[in-house]
Design a protein. Structure first.
Lengths: 144, 71
């Protein structure tokens, strides 16, 4: 299946998935380095904020370009199949988020550090989003 | 999202001047990919969508969709 044959929503899901992997892999690597002491706090914090800003910019620019390339599809509301796919993907992502939240609760007992808990919660959110958009891609592919 | 509902959409599109999937999608308010998924039997449309498709072809519902399963 070529990119051009995909629906507007599937292209959007691919963009978000790639942006999540591309930005949050170095983000959590940066956090790990801060945790192990390989990177000082100030550098790690500025890198983390830089990567978060990069994610926002990539998302806005990529989705804007996608909408400009397919203006009609961008204006069309989601149809019933797309809504069903989104609901299934969100349901699955929510389960992942719940597990992540429970993990964060466990972590706060093991390591009484707000920073570690913050990283665990962020990680759970990112993984849940990956599951959400990844599931959407799988379901779009399965029906194609 | 596989289903036990067969359909004659491909045949009916051909009978209606080789109507494209995109043209049918525009008439019923869905994406071309959704029409394709319905046509291939990979997605069962809602009752409302099924009636819309039948209306486009000016055919009764059971001339477009047939249930293959058992009750």
């Amino acid at each position: 299946m070529r990119f051009a044959d995909m629906s507007f929503r599937e292209k959007g899901a691919w963009i978000t998935c790639l942006a999540l992997v591309g930005v949050f892999t170095p983000f959590f690597w940066n956090s790990w380095q801060q945790f192990t002491g390989a990177r000082d706090r100030a550098t790690a914090i500025s890198t983390a904020f830089g990567l978060l800003a990069l994610f926002v910019v990539v998302e806005i620019v990529a989705h804007a370009v996608l909408a400009m390339l397919s203006p009609r599809e961008a204006r069309t509301p989601k149809d019933e199949r797309e809504r069903l796919i989104e609901m299934r993907a969100t349901f699955l992502a929510f389960q992942v988020l719940v597990v992540g939240a429970l993990l964060a609760v466990a972590v706060i007992h093991a390591t009484p550090s707000a920073w570690v808990m913050q990283q665990v919660v962020l990680f759970a959110i990112v993984v849940a989003e990956l599951v959400k958009f990844g599931t959407q891609i799988v379901l779009f592919r399965r029906d194609a | 999202m596989g289903c036990a509902i067969r359909n004659r959409i491909r045949e009916l599109r051909a009978a209606h001047g080789e109507m494209t999937q995109q043209a049918l999608a525009d008439r019923i308010g869905v994406t071309r990919q959704t029409v394709n998924a319905i046509e291939l039997g990979k997605y069962s449309p809602t009752l409302e969508m099924a009636f819309r498709i039948a209306a486009v072809f000016g055919a009764p519902l059971d001339a477009v969709f047939q249930f293959d399963g058992t009750v």
